[in-house]
Design a binder for this molecule. Structure first.
Ligand code: C5P
Length: 227
């Protein structure tokens, strides 16, 4: 049986992770949410006071990187793998707006990227993986058999993210969420190291007007053509 690597990249809150997770389940592949890894390092930097609204002590963070151990472990209650930082389950904590507001600055640090990219490459070594992020098709797995680039308008993405955060009981306004989506788009596409860009051989899917079912079916059909 022929296992492939599926790289899914795109802007924040395109709903990549929801369909990527569904696709992995359908194919019995491993799903890796690389955004959660950048969020975990960001949470660590916040807790240590390395990053605040107006300062970022990158040297201290870089020095601590070897002590930072990230892993995913299946959580029966949620039905998917949760992110762990040094054996602490931080799945809920990394999804806050505060982490979202800092994460793109942390993700711009080359040493952070180098650490995470090598861990991601190890996780995909045996193929049969669906990995979602910003640089999967360009940097992590440039030879992936299938590359998807997901887009949607900033307003549509903010609307979805806002709804999701509200459902989780988080205190946020739509304007704050939209502002964060736009800020991350800007930082992620303009950073020097591994900026978010569509790989030349990626298939672009604009899901602004697609339901989750439609997105999943589109993705599954494309995958089945390649597998
Ligand atoms: O996917 P998610 O929105 O959770 O990612 C959070 C942030 O992590 C992104 O806005 C981006 O700054 C960073 N990221 C990255 N490379 C990846 C995945 C995420 O730079 N492969």
């Amino acid at each position: 049986d022929h296992k492939i690597t599926i790289a899914i990249d795109g802007f924040s809150s395109t709903g990549k992770s929801t369909v990527a997770k569904q696709l992995a389940k359908e194919l019995s592949y491993v799903y890796v949410d690389t955004g959660a890894m950048y969020r975990a390092i960001t949470l660590y930097a916040m807790r240590k006071g390395f990053i605040t609204k107006d300062s970022f002590d990158t040297d201290s963070l870089i020095k601590d990187l070897p002590n930072l151990n990230l892993k995913f472990a299946f959580e029966a209650a949620r039905g998917f793998a949760a992110i762990y930082l040094n054996d602490e389950n931080i799945e809920d904590e990394v999804r806050t707006l505060e982490v979202s507001q800092y994460v793109s600055r942390v993700a711009a640090v080359s040493e952070v990227r180098a650490k995470l990219v090598s861990q991601q490459q190890l996780m995909g070594l045996e193929k049969g993986v669906v990995m979602d992020g910003r640089d999967i098709g360009t940097v992590v797995f440039p030879n992936a058999e299938l590359k998807i680039f997901m887009t949607a308008t900033a307003e549509e993405r903010a609307k979805r993210r806002f709804k999701e955060m509200k459902q989780k009981g988080q205190e946020v306004s739509y304007d704050e969420v939209l502002k964060n989506v736009e800020e991350r788009d800007h930082l992620d596409t303009t950073r020097e190291d591994s900026p978010l860009v569509k790989a030349e051989d990626a298939i672009e899917i604009d899901n602004s007007s697609l339901s989750l079912d439609e997105q999943f079916n589109t993705l599954l059909n494309i995958s089945n053509e390649v597998i």
